[in-house]
Design a protein around this ligand. Structure first.
Ligand code: FAD
Length: 327
């Protein structure tokens, strides 16, 4: 590991000042950051530890309008166990946190760190390989190499997938995020955290250098709102999803009045599927309908040599999320 200066700020302002310096890496729990430092994929001049900023970046609160505020440093265990997350409308978020990694990881991993973790593509994460996304090679090595965990849609010159469990449900629930940069607070839709057209040479998120995520905001659920999250993976624990789906439905009796559907682990960014979601609106829940929606969610897939299984497993995961949200 290359030596670096370790900054332990006392306030958000102090962290923001340090984060502005060139060649600086922000660290929350460090699960991904420390891995990448040890693998020599990151060689920053300084690392700013955000964990001391408990007052500014912690806590889960519900305001008078029913909007949920989740501090950037909230851990996945805190999220999973919080009373507000037990409502059927927020089930997708609770389930996605509960399914992540292992109990040990969930006790440490933070919400912002989960959303901003680097792709798990084994080529870009290996010091031995030179690839386009890593900025060291001419092409995406996964495109023709071992791509069993890689993208089946939404890719152009790089077939990495976005690994975050929390991103699909937060997008489906219409979340926004707040950041701090140069003393200014900005609030944007969560979709804007990810590039609209992901490319190999673009960063995986749209934050400016030194911009610190301070909180996530989930709007108050509509009456009759339900949600669910399902994922496939190779191991029961200690593993990332191979396909994932979060759905948010608003039910009036047994009729679906509104729907959102977001896929994870199949594209370089978490991927909303509005056309598939639209098929649900005005309909009554049924296995035939869910079959149609699952197929539509994967209709324009472009699988690679080793990941065609995602086109079978993925629609089944969509059906599972829909069945559980309407049960
Ligand atoms: C064995 C194992 C299995 C796993 N399985 C899963 C899984 O199934 N699903 C899943 O989603 N994840 C999984 N993970 C990944 C894990 O959830 C993430 O590594 C973790 O959530 C990262 O959170 P962190 O707080 O440690 O972030 P860090 O490692 O500290 O940071 C990650 C990134 O976020 C940035 N960052 C962090 N906080 C902020 C902030 N407030 N503002 C701006 N930038 C910030 C950092 O600069 C860095 O780029 C797994 C990890 C392990 C080790």
């Amino acid at each position: 590991m290359k030596p670096f200066t370790y900054i332990v700020p006392k306030t958000l302002a102090e962290a923001a000042d340090a984060a502005k310096q060139a060649d600086t890496m922000l660290k929350a729990a460090g699960i991904d950051v420390v891995d990448r430092l040890k693998e020599r994929l990151l060689t920053p001049a300084q690392v700013v530890n955000l964990l001391p900023l408990r007052d500014e970046l912690q806590g889960i609160t519900v305001d008078a309008n029913g909007e949920l505020r989740i501090g950037a440093l909230v851990t996945l265990t805190q999220l999973e166990r919080h009373a507000a997350l037990q409502a059927p409308a927020l089930q997708a978020l609770r389930e996605s946190a509960a399914m992540t990694a292992t109990p040990q990881v969930r006790h440490r991993a933070t919400v912002a760190g989960n959303l901003l973790q680097f792709t798990r593509c084994w080529y870009v994460r290996s010091e031995a390989h030179r690839c386009l996304h890593g900025g060291t090679g001419p092409t995406c090595l996964a495109m023709t190499g071992d791509n069993r965990y890689h993208a089946v849609m939404g890719w152009s010159d790089c077939v990495r997938v976005h690994p975050s469990n929390l991103a699909p449900p937060l997008l489906a629930l219409g979340a926004e995020f707040t950041t701090s940069l140069d003393g200014k607070t900005r609030r944007r839709k969560l979709a804007e955290l990810f590039p609209a057209e992901p490319r190999a040479l673009l960063p995986e998120h749209t934050l400016a250098a030194g911009e610190i995520v301070t909180a996530l905001h989930v709007p108050a659920p509509a009456a009759g709102a339900r949600s669910a999250y399902s994922e496939s993976r190779e191991k029961q624990s200690f593993d990332w999803a191979t396909t994932a789906c979060a759905v948010r439905l608003v039910l009036d009796g047994d009729t679906i009045e509104a729907a959102d559907l977001v896929l994870g682990a199949v594209a370089p960014v978490p991927l909303p599927r509005p056309r598939a979601a639209k098929l649900l609106v005005g309909q009554k829940a049924s296995p035939t309908l869910f079959q149609k929606v699952g197929a539509a969610a994967f209709a324009d897939a472009m699988p690679l040599g080793h990941n065609k299984y995602k086109l079978t497993v993925g629609p089944a995961i969509v059906r599972d999320a829909l069945e559980r949200a309407t049960r």
